[in-house]
Design a protein around this ligand. Structure first.
Ligand code: DGJ
Length: 329
């Protein structure tokens, strides 16, 4: 009995210790279990980043083992420094909205703030077990942390849409990136004024998923992974002076044998500080059999002169005020 009590106490204390360590160092550790401010593992896979009222909000797939297996969940976390994340609740807890059947899929949620309607609009990939539906769903809330209410699903531009990405340009224009297999490429589509639909902006002829986009130093950089399901592969990037192109050929973001350090692109996120702009590669290290245990690979990218390089993962810090990042041992 004593032994058991010791064990239980140990289990309770362990995550707190990890959270405290994290807080003490203020370091992002790519690939390591990441704990929220209450000591629980962060569940925000295939996530998106929303900036609102000087605060970062991280939304992603919540794959907690305690979830109702019939529902799909999106968790919301907030942070002032991108390191310490407070759990703000399950923003979406959705029962099968369209008779999709067992093992239906909700992946890669992204939340946009509409400055005109003041609504928070969530997009996510919605599918059946065989990934044949290829649609996006839209859910809306009056509060950033939800609850979000399911509104509809559709095929953007009437095209198949699987992995989605999120991009908000410097002028505030919001875009959805989506992969369309029959056309062998991906679309970058601007959200309509009410954010409930999209209009065509660009099509990039490259069969890639995990699409992400960033605007840095006068150039647009797009990143994507090849189609190998959950298995990692060498992510590639291209650049263009405008979203509409012309886009360069795709090149590797890291030595191809590194397989993107076992991660898959999810988001490129620019932190515009007073001294510099940091561009962060946000990727998922998937554990398809135990999705709840999937990890995050966040690293500052080396950017310049139209090149993008993902350095080997190692612990790092960021000052979101200045935009400066530093690698740690
Ligand atoms: C790779 C995708 O990028 C993931 O989001 C997920 O859809 C898996 N494929 C499913 O096989």
């Amino acid at each position: 009995m004593k032994k058991l009590a010791f064990w239980v106490a140990g289990l309770l204390v362990l995550p707190m210790t990890a959270a405290t360590l994290h807080a003490a160092t203020g370091t992002i550790k790519p690939g390591a279990p990441w704990f929220d401010t209450s000591g629980r593992r962060i569940q925000a896979h295939g996530g998106g980043m929303t900036v609102w009222k000087h605060t970062y909000y991280w939304f992603g797939e919540d794959r907690s083992q305690t979830n109702d297996p019939a529902k799909r969940y999106v968790a919301c976390y907030s942070s002032k420094d991108l390191v310490h994340w407070k759990f703000r609740g399950q923003a979406l807890a959705l029962a099968d909205p369209e008779n999709l059947g067992p093992h239906w899929v909700l992946e890669r949620p992204k939340v946009y703030v509409n400055p005109r309607t003041h609504k928070f609009v969530m997009y996510a990939h919605l599918d059946n077990a065989h990934y044949r539906l290829a649609r996006v769903m839209v859910a809306v809330s009056d509060h950033i942390n939800g609850p979000y209410k399911y509104v509809k699903s559709f095929r953007p531009l009437n095209e198949e849409s699987r992995d989605i990405g999120q991009f908000v340009d410097d002028d505030g224009a919001a875009y959805l990136i989506f992969e369309s297999r029959p056309t062998r490429g991906f679309f970058i589509a601007k959200l309509t004024d009410d954010y409930m639909n999209v209009e065509k902006t660009a099509f990039i002829h490259a069969p890639l998923e995990g699409g992400a986009l960033v605007h840095y130093d006068g150039l647009y950089y797009v990143v994507g992974s090849h189609m190998t399901g959950w298995r990692p592969n060498p992510d590639v990037y291209a650049t263009a002076p405008a979203i509409t192109g012309p886009w360069t050929e795709f090149r590797n973001i890291a030595p191809p044998e590194a397989n993107t350090y076992n991660a898959q692109s999810t988001m490129l996120f620019a932190v515009k500080g007073s001294k510099k702009t940091a561009v962060i590669f946000m990727g998922d290290i998937w554990e398809p059999r135990t999705l709840w245990d999937s990890r995050y690979l966040w690293m500052p990218l080396e950017m310049g002169n139209g090149t993008m390089h993902l350095p080997p993962p190692q612990p790092w810090t960021i000052n979101v005020k200045t935009g400066e990042t530093a690698l740690k041992q």
